[in-house]
Design a protein. Structure first.
Lengths: 204, 232
């Protein structure tokens, strides 16, 4: 089944400042949307607005041509979210953290062990998240994406804290996800080159 | 990507998972749970030392002191309800989850009541001994505290959600919640006093029950809406 995420004439004002105005895009299954801009340009605000966490001044985001605000729950059933703050509990172990996620979203039938192995976190399973490095915590957050079965990935600066292999792995995972008909919205301040139809949105 | 296995877990599973996670977190950091409990115990034991050992006076003021201390102890614990979720990004994950937010909120409030409200109920009879409270009155007090702390956890979650984005919102939280919490304290303390004087106290219990039911039906929605606003 193919999906479509589109936006029409988005405008967002935070305080006195207009972050973007008249922004439109369309993203289909298998496509990548990259939001580019300097630090503080409003990438995070834009990605949060698309995910429905920020209310826009003007404009509408559509999921399968239906406005998101009219079907928030159905829309949220199709996405998974990764941001600076990983949303993982420092006092809980990796397995406890990811176990909680399984109650929130549709989960993939993939074997968790294989996912841990691939992300290089299988020997960290019994440790509490607090004792892991920032990069390792990021890998656990990536495991959350792989263990959920949703078409739409939201990634806000997915490369933060990751080493070179980690960054290559993120690109590889996104590419695979897109190849199987998924879609990805990514906010990044570095160049993202992926072998897939890519739409770029630049924020000044 | 096959559509067949894409099933969102039921809302009951979401509620239990949220409650279970918060209980697990409380278990791993017992200090957060014990602090309000110590506060409750300290206020209730220090009061008789300050006013003196007059039995008549203690019997008279016991219900009021216990209830004031319970109210303040609950307020003390409410600030942390959504704070760590807000700081580590878990709140974002809850907000973009396909589970209805009020259900997840109810799960969190349930865990809060089990770790902050229920311990007060169980400790209160021991503290009531200092006020020379008869056993039958203790039963009434435990019942009012049970119903009252349920309402306090629920109503408090609205205030906690509204102030979560503000730094040091504790004072504001108390100001927001007190007008809603005061009737609970008055009804509760009054019912216990009436029971101590062998008077009819059931009216207060029914009113507290009604308050709790109203809170259960309204607070999760209000809290969910407040969380969406605060997290913008």
């Amino acid at each position: 089944m193919t999906h479509k995420l589109s936006a029409d004439n988005l405008t967002l004002i935070r305080g006195e400042r207009c972050l973007f105005q008249g922004l439109s895009f369309a993203l289909e299954s298998g496509g990548l949307l990259v939001l580019e801009g300097r630090n503080g340009s409003g990438k995070t605000s834009l990605i949060r607005a698309i995910a429905g966490m920020l209310s826009l001044e003007e404009g509408t985001v559509f999921w399968d041509d239906v406005p998101v605000e009219k079907q928030r729950q159905a829309f949220h059933g199709n996405l998974v979210w990764l941001a600076h703050r990983t949303g993982l509990k420092g006092d809980l172990t990796l397995v406890e953290n990811l176990g909680f996620e399984r109650a929130l979203r549709a989960h993939a039938s993939d074997d968790p062990e294989e996912v841990y192995e691939r992300l290089g976190i299988s020997r960290l399973k019994k440790l509490v998240l607090r004792s892991l490095s920032a990069g390792q915590q990021r890998r656990v957050a990536l495991a959350r994406m792989l263990l959920t079965d949703v078409p739409l990935w939201f990634m806000d600066e997915p490369f933060t804290n990751l080493d070179r292999e980690g960054r290559a792995l993120v690109l590889e995972l996104v590419e695979e996800h897109l190849a199987t008909g998924g879609m990805c919205v990514m906010a990044a301040h570095q160049d993202v080159e992926i072998n897939a139809p890519t739409t770029r949105v630049k924020i000044q | 990507m096959t559509e067949s296995n894409r099933e969102i877990p039921g809302i009951f599973e979401g509620l239990l998972a949220t409650a279970r996670r918060d209980l697990l977190l409380a278990w791993k950091r017992p200090g957060d749970v014990l602090n309000p409990l110590f506060f409750f115990a300290m206020v209730c034991t220090l009061f008789p030392l300050a006013v003196g050992p007059s039995q008549e006076q203690l019997e008279f003021s016991g219900p009021g002191v216990l209830w004031v201390a319970a109210l303040l102890a609950t307020l003390l614990s409410l600030n942390a309800l959504f704070l760590s979720d807000f700081e580590d990004g878990s709140l974002d994950q809850l907000l973009v989850s396909p589970q209805p937010l009020p259900v997840l909120v109810l799960g969190k409030v349930l865990a809060h009541w089990l770790t902050a409200g229920l311990p007060l109920v169980f400790v209160s009879p021991i503290l009531a001994l200092t006020y020379n409270m008869p056993v039958t009155v203790m039963g009434v007090m435990m019942l009012t505290l049970t119903l009252g702390t349920i309402s306090l956890s629920l109503l408090g979650s609205i205030g906690a959600a509204l102030t979560v984005g503000l730094h040091r919102g504790t004072a504001l939280l108390s100001l927001l919640i007190l007008p809603l919490a005061m009737p609970i304290m008055i009804l509760g303390a009054n019912a216990v006093s009436l029971a101590a004087h062998n008077d009819v106290y059931t009216t207060g219990i029914w009113a507290l029950g009604a308050y709790a039911i109203a809170s259960v039906s309204v607070a999760p929605y209000a809290t969910a809406a407040a969380l969406r606003i605060s997290n913008e």
